[in-house]
Design a binder for this molecule. Structure first.
Ligand SMILES: Cc1ncc(COP(=O)(O)O)c(C=O)c1O
Length: 417
């Protein structure tokens, strides 16, 4: 028998902390001071946001980038720019942050939840196709944890049914699908710069597109319906002030100086860790196919199959955290099981109920998503993957240690019954 588990009073396998997030230093200070002293604090006066848009678009092989106040707004503006609204259905996964579906409600359209592939945690194209109706207008795949969804299959479905694809790339800065960076593979793509994200400025977001007409509309909507060349107080379409400030632009330009290196480090560490974890009975790292040529590992996801591992997911998370490896169970509730959806608590956004008077999310069931939420899903945060190879070994060693005790704990738990 190996050492006693830390959760049972033994010595933790690791006491050294993992890297903290965000990482910042002299460059952030210098760029922020430059923005401050310029007196040009709004994006329409300064250069930081526009320079960042150009850098980010080029890196993601996109023609246009429009920075916005956050990713949630980015998704909503993408839907509005595409002309999606009342009566339209948008297919989304239920294993994601709320915004993927709430942005659809706020665009007055109706989210329809498709199930996941159990092994990749990503939206299942077969489930998507089974849900397409004459009202379906768009699919919003999430590149969960930073692993691109099956974009070829989704593009084929979109083509067959005349839909658009809006990539929710909130986790996927710098991720690649078949050698191409995500974000502008679909008609539009959104990234978030909220504090936890792999590239962050406290809050912020961006929408990418290769389509000139969509870019023009996004730019206008995010700037109070103005159009280039017209007077300041002329407004041509409904929009709002969704502009990013120059201080956020300055932080993003500074964070950018480390971004590519950090992304490569996470990708290499994630690959190595997945290979080690796959050796442990009952643990299944998010399956990564050859089409994922770069994973951004905003999260390192794995599944815990309790009967094989000898311990439940929740017991494993507690034990792993006690061993000095902070870990999480992740999204615990499929979005359609959130009270917001079960009770149709949509405030002033009633478009989906007018269009579907019998709308009832209590009837939605996505079995793979429920298995991941309620039983199997486990996450490590991206900052852990910024460590060394030895740090990855600590994570895998801790999981091996816990596994060695799994059957003992299960026996103890049974005796207690
Ligand atoms: C998958 C996903 N989509 C959308 C968002 C929304 O981004 P933001 O928090 O910037 O509004 C997030 C961020 O939390 C996310 O994780």
């Amino acid at each position: 028998m190996t050492d006693t588990l830390a959760i049972h009073g033994g010595k933790p396998l690791r006491t050294k902390p993992f890297p903290e997030w965000p990482i910042f230093g002299e460059v952030e200070e210098r760029y922020l001071l430059r923005a401050l002293r310029s007196g040009k604090w709004g994006r329409l006066a300064g250069n930081d946001v526009s320079q960042f848009e150009k850098t980010f678009a080029e890196y993601h092989q996109a023609k246009h980038a429009i920075a916005v106040v956050n990713g949630t707004v980015g998704l909503r503006l993408a839907l509005i720019a595409a002309g999606i609204g009342e009566g339209d259905e948008v297919i989304v996964p239920p294993y994601t942050f709320l915004a993927t579906a709430s942005a659809v409600i706020e665009a007055n359209a109706t989210p329809v939840f498709a199930d996941l592939e159990l092994d990749t945690f990503n939206i299942d194209p077969a489930s998507v196709e089974s849900l397409v109706t004459a009202r379906t207008k768009a699919i919003i795949p999430v590149h969960l944890a930073g692993q691109p969804a099956d974009l070829d299959a989704l593009a084929a479905i979109a083509k067959r049914h005349n839909l658009i694809v809006i990539e929710d790339a909130a986790h996927a800065h710098g991720a690649e699908y078949k050698g191409r960076r995500v974000g502008a593979i679909g008609q539009m793509g959104m990234f978030s710069f909220q504090s936890s994200k792999n590239l962050c400025s406290g809050e912020g977001g961006i929408v990418l597109t290769n389509h000139d007409d969509l870019a023009e509309r996004l730019r206008s909507i995010h700037n109070c319906g103005r159009i280039a060349g017209a007077a300041w107080y002329e407004h041509f379409t409904i929009g709002g002030n969704y502009r990013l400030s120059e201080f956020q632009g300055a932080v993003l330009n500074a964070q950018w100086t480390r971004f590519d290196q950090q992304t490569s480090t996470r990708d290499a560490n994630g690959k190595y860790l997945a290979q080690r974890i796959a050796q442990i009975p009952g643990l299944y790292p998010q399956r990564r196919g050859p089409e994922c040529t770069r994973h951004s590992y905003h999260l390192f996801c794995f599944r815990v199959v309790a009967p094989e591992f000898g311990m439940s997911r929740d017991a494993l998370i507690a034990a792993l955290t006690a061993e000095g490896i902070p870990s999480l169970a992740g999204y615990l509730i499929p979005l359609y099981r959130q009270k917001l959806f079960e009770n149709l608590a949509f405030g002033p956004y009633r478009g989906c109920q007018r269009a579907h008077p019998d709308l009832d999310y209590r009837r939605t069931s996505c079995p793979n998503c429920e298995t991941i939420c309620y039983q199997q899903g486990a996450w490590l945060e991206q900052r852990l993957l910024l460590g060394t190879r030895a740090d990855m070994d600590d994570i895998a060693d801790a999981l091996e240690k816990i596994h060695a005790h799994g059957n003992v704990s299960a026996a103890i738990a049974c005796q207690g019954k």
